[in-house]
Design a protein around this ligand. Sequence first.
Ligand SMILES: Nc1ncnc2c1ncn2[C@@H]1O[C@H](COP(=O)(O)OP(=O)(O)O)[C@@H](O)[C@H]1O
Ligand SMILES: [Mg+2]
Length: 313
Amino acid sequence: MGHIPKVVCLNGNGIGQYCDVVRIPRKGETAIPRNLRYVQDSGKGVNNAIVIGRLGGDVAYIGKVGKDDGGALNESWLCASGVNTEHFWQQEGVSTSLGLILLAENGENMIINFDSPGSDITLEEAMPHLKACAGAEYFLTGFEIPVDVALTCAKEAHDLGMKVFLNPSPIEGAGDLPEIPYVDTMCVNEAETRILLEMEEVTDWEDAASRLCERYKVKNVIITLGGDGALAHGERGDGRVQGIPVKLVDESGAGDAFMAVVVQNLIWGKEIQEALDYANKYCAFLVQKSGTEGSISKYLWPEEMREVLEKYR
Ligand SMILES: Nc1ncnc2c1ncn2[C@@H]1O[C@H](COP(=O)(O)OP(=O)(O)O)[C@@H](O)[C@H]1O
Ligand SMILES: [Mg+2]
């Protein structure tokens, strides 16, 4: 029998590639990319797992990548961060999803996402791995894998006794999300809150959180508010943190980190308010780091986190 982790992550992966161009190509123009390079960027599932692994958590990632450079890099990052990879594999004949980012001399950028056919994990592939993790305490998922795979596995994880954390992103409309009573905690940002409540403007975020619980039948909601902090509402209790004033450099990967850090804090036995506080400090520090090497390169190790907790006492 394999190892039973405390946390199981099932969501997207991928590989980021940067290149420099003189300018963003106009219609009909051929771009000449220079210095094509891989960066430490993947998907939300790998991000969640790495954040928890680096904090010393016992976490497994369920997913498949291609048998290519990008797949091998994902494997090396997971392993180096202490993530259990028993349920992760590189598959022949599949290419790892690629995000290509063109960086122009004037600072503009253009992102092209290549979603390769066959790279999405299927329900038939995911389910046995999930079941092999029965006994785990938390299950983290989201919509960078097909929605039906994420939700069917979320329901199964719930039935196996895991607490399900769902980040329903990316999402285009409220109609894409049914009632999900098997979800313990839904984690969303401001834009996702507006979409899911079909509201143009939200002013009262506490009220929005309780509306989300009611409408989607989830037990708890966490809303992250960028530079304004975050809040939690639901059966676990309510909590609120104000944003820490910092010089914003690169926000990417902060939402993924926030959810994962909260989960690891709950595993450590913290109450929700303490968990939000810790995640808010972690992320305030994170967004001050440059993203030129990719989001994964920014995620914190315990030593650095100790300094952060000292700094933002
Ligand atoms: N400009 C900022 N200043 C301080 N903290 C920030 C800033 N932007 C993000 N954060 C922290 O990162 C968390 C997640 O950011 P947010 O932008 O809400 O998520 P997402 O990446 O999903 O859009 C916030 O709740 C906050 O703790
Ligand atoms: Mg944001």
